[in-house]
Design a protein around this ligand. Structure first.
Ligand SMILES: [Cu+2]
Length: 148
């Protein structure tokens, strides 16, 4: 009897849990693709989930890289692509912002040479209001498939 009464409410409760953004931005599905030639920068990709207020991502850093830059891919004439640094990325409240192959990405310079496919690479994301988010990126080989 009790189960029958509660059952109609269950789907509503699940939806409410999914759609309510966390207070602070979160980063999921972070991964790093190693360079084909060691010593070259690695690329990092991830999904940013906006929190309850809009934020601006201004910096990324990793303890396993000397320097991390945010880049955008630009498509020029004759289909040539080039990259330009991004000095900030808007993360609207509740929005999903993706960094993925062919689009926005991060580049890790001076990568720790001990990093292998499977190594967890910690990345910290810094916002203009001084708050941060952390993610552990999954490392894949230069020719490996995207894990997400
Ligand atoms: Cu780049």
């Amino acid at each position: 009897m009790i189960i029958r009464r509660l059952a109609p409410f269950a789907p509503f409760l699940l939806l409410a849990a999914c759609h309510r953004p966390a207070a602070e931005p979160k980063v999921t599905e972070a991964w790093v693709r190693l360079p084909a030639v060691s010593g070259q920068p690695a690329a990092a990709y991830f999904t940013l989930h906006g929190g309850r207020s809009a934020k601006t991502l201004i910096r990324m850093e990793s303890a396993l890289a000397a320097k991390t830059e945010m880049h955008q891919n630009m498509r020029g004439m004759q289909g040539m692509t080039s990259m330009a640094p991004l000095d900030h990325v808007d993360v609207p409240a509740g929005a999903t912002v993706q960094f993925k192959p062919g689009g926005n990405h991060a580049m890790l310079f001076g990568l720790d040479p001990a990093i292998r496919p499977g190594t967890a690479v910690p990345i910290r994301f810094g916002f203009s209001d001084g708050t941060t988010a952390e993610a552990e990126a999954k490392t894949v080989a230069a020719g490996g498939d995207a894990p997400y």
